[in-house]
Ligand binder design. Structure first.
Ligand SMILES: *[C@@H]1O[C@H](CO)[C@@H](O)[C@H](O)[C@H]1NC(C)=O
Ligand SMILES: *[C@@H]1O[C@H](CO)[C@@H](O)[C@H](O)[C@H]1NC(C)=O
Ligand SMILES: *[C@@H]1O[C@H](CO)[C@@H](O)[C@H](O)[C@H]1NC(C)=O
Ligand SMILES: *[C@@H]1O[C@H](CO)[C@@H](O)[C@H](O)[C@H]1NC(C)=O
Ligand SMILES: *[C@@H]1O[C@H](CO)[C@@H](O)[C@H](O)[C@H]1NC(C)=O
Ligand SMILES: *[C@@H]1O[C@H](CO)[C@@H](O)[C@H](O)[C@H]1NC(C)=O
Length: 238
């Protein structure tokens, strides 16, 4: 072997990254459950969410995403089917779901069942109000909502905690539901959903992950202890 080749080999071995011992729960977690995407432009999928092709311990319970054939990302609710994912913010714990064309965004939201999913149950109760045709906008109510009405009535929704003495005489309550908002006014929120067809949902708070994500790092779990671990994505071996 030439002395030059020897030096090159020496340098190469000196720069080779440290090998994982295999019993380090942190390193093996990010090796087994690496952040992934359905397409270049799609949102990053990582703990506490996971792709359906990854082992179940890669995400918290009810956090399963999948990739459709065209590269879009889908979020799977155990009792409500799949929703198209628009964006994911890991620090805010927010997933933005897009209601597909042809479906009424509000109907989709009212019938969404979050049982056994990672999504938070916190919500604002709303009332579905049914009025005779012709009124137009009503103060304190969102609507009239085209995709919820029938031939006879115009349909509005309002905050269930709002005083009901304001309900016009030709209106009646025809249903109720729960909706999750990032704070703010319910009427404005419903109008935003109708306009954008996008719904913001949040997953449950985790102190350890919050600390980690706040610093721009990636949260994960030590699979041998279930404790939170934190990885700097710019220095994955640290
Ligand atoms: C995971 O837990 C094991 C057992 O307590 C510990 O030896 C290991 O250092 C932990 N790994 C990380 C990255 O915290
Ligand atoms: C991609 O596929 C999903 C699921 O089948 C569908 O809902 C979505 O509309 C498609 N997107 C495009 C851009 O074709
Ligand atoms: C959601 O689905 C579960 C399982 O079928 C059911 O027990 C629960 O009552 C449903 N919740 C709502 C709000 O419909
Ligand atoms: C509105 O109320 C009327 C009378 O109770 C009922 O027949 C109708 O089905 C209701 N419409 C909706 C959209 O709930
Ligand atoms: C309620 O009835 C009155 C009188 O018929 C009508 O002028 C008004 O537009 C109705 N309001 C709604 C919300 O339908
Ligand atoms: C970690 O969590 C999983 C799923 O909840 C559970 O089955 C397992 O027993 C837990 N392991 C430890 C060491 O707590």
């Amino acid at each position: 072997m030439s002395p030059l080749l020897k030096i090159v080999l020496l340098l190469l071995s000196a720069y080779s990254p440290p090998r994982s011992s295999g019993d380090n729960g942190g390193e093996s977690f990010f090796e087994t459950c690496p952040p992934t995407k359905c397409s270049k432009r799609g949102p990053t999928i990582r703990y506490p969410l996971r792709l359906n092709t990854q082992p179940s311990f890669c995400g918290r319970e009810g956090s399963e995403l999948s990739c459709s054939a065209n590269g879009s990302t889908l979020f799977h609710l155990p009792f409500s089917g799949s929703y198209l994912v628009d964006s994911i913010n890991y620090y805010s714990r927010r997933i933005s779901l897009e209601v597909q064309d042809g479906n009424c965004p509000l109907q989709s939201l009212l019938s969404m069942n979050r049982t056994d999913s990672i999504l938070e149950y916190l919500s604002t109760n709303l009332l579905v109000v049914n009025c005779t045709r012709g009124g137009g906008a009503i103060d304190g109510m969102a609507g009239p909502i085209d995709c919820l009405q029938n031939d006879k009535d115009w349909v509005y929704v309002t905050d269930a905690s709002a005083t009901m003495d304001k309900l016009p005489s030709n209106c009646s309550i025809s249903g109720n539901g729960a909706i999750l908002f990032d704070g703010g006014d319910l009427v404005a929120g419903v109008e935003r959903i109708l306009r954008t067809r996008k719904i913001f949902m949040y997953w449950r708070f985790d102190e350890g992950c919050n600390e980690c994500e706040r610093k721009g790092n990636y949260c994960g779990i030590n699979t041998s202890t279930n404790g939170t671990i934190c990885m700097n994505p710019r220095h994955p071996s640290k």
